[in-house]
Design a protein around this ligand. Sequence first.
Ligand code: SF4
Ligand code: SF4
Length: 358
Amino acid sequence: MSTSNFDYLKDSIKTEVLNLGFSHIGYCSPAQIMDFEIYLNWVNNGFSADMDYLKRADALEKRKEPKKIMKSVQTIIVLAMPYIPSDQNENSNPKPLISSYAFGRDYHEVIPEQLKSFTNWLGEKIKPFCLEYKIYTDTGPILERSMAVNSGLGWIGKNSCLIIPRKGSYFFLAEILINIEFSVDPPFPHDLCGNCQKCIVNCPTGCILDNRTIDASKCISYLTIENKKEIPKNLREKMGNWVFGCDICQKVCPWNIRFSSQPAHSHFKISPKIQKISFDSILELDEMEFKMKFKESPILRTKLRGLKRNMINAMGNSKEINNLKIINRLADTEGDPMIVDQLIWSKSKIVNFESIQN
Ligand code: SF4
Ligand code: SF4
């Protein structure tokens, strides 16, 4: 039996993935990987900052050629699952700001569960043929957004996000490499950013490059999550109140302003626990309390040390005199040089602001 005969399953596959919370599906070939040269230049020019795992030779090989991940791969199924944009207002009050994707359960936990459920279903459907597969959701060396373009889902915006027409960019992407041949979708043919520059103009750190990539070393998402060191002094003020990720380049995007409201998987509903976090509620936590509070949340990724650093930076930027008490209390006991450095910086911000006001 020719494996491409499995096209007859496409309608029921669509129904199945929609039931699992995905909103879009496309198929592409592992033999047509786009944008590898752009990715290679990005890492070679140092724009991946300290994320050395992105530069590893074996990871580069796999990105270039998915057959290096799975020899038997015939097709890549690309899926998108929506999440809910938060309604935080970065200008109205000095609250810690968290990227919208982090208000619910960690997608690294939720999406693989759904993908496994789907592959179990598909495995049954194609019997006696034996399904081989690999699943990804921001979890391995593949060019996710390029695959999404290649399978017709949308285009990569100037802010480097995958944008789905008339839906926006608040989506998680997922991929399944499978040993079944399906017919593939045509790549998305348009760049619907046009002359818009809103993400570039509004990015506080100016880190959006002109080839739909980001200089991670200056991006607030990197600085608050992946960065394990002190935040560079020239970027601290530009980070405002963001303590985990940053949504600005998505929030200002006209495609999100017009189209982004859509039902999301129940796991991504906004958690009141996360919604209510305040500076003092985090800075008083010990390691165990941090792990309990953020159990199943992507915020665990930054670790307590990183979140504390980010919170103290945001307190400095808030210029709120009330935060000075918290900073002074922490400075009495803190021994970690990274946190001490951040406390000194934030204290001076508040003190200088107060002295100008009086
Ligand atoms: S996430 Fe924030 S800092 Fe990073 S590119 Fe977008 S607007 Fe700029
Ligand atoms: S803000 Fe404008 S330029 Fe940036 S991604 Fe959206 S449409 Fe494209």
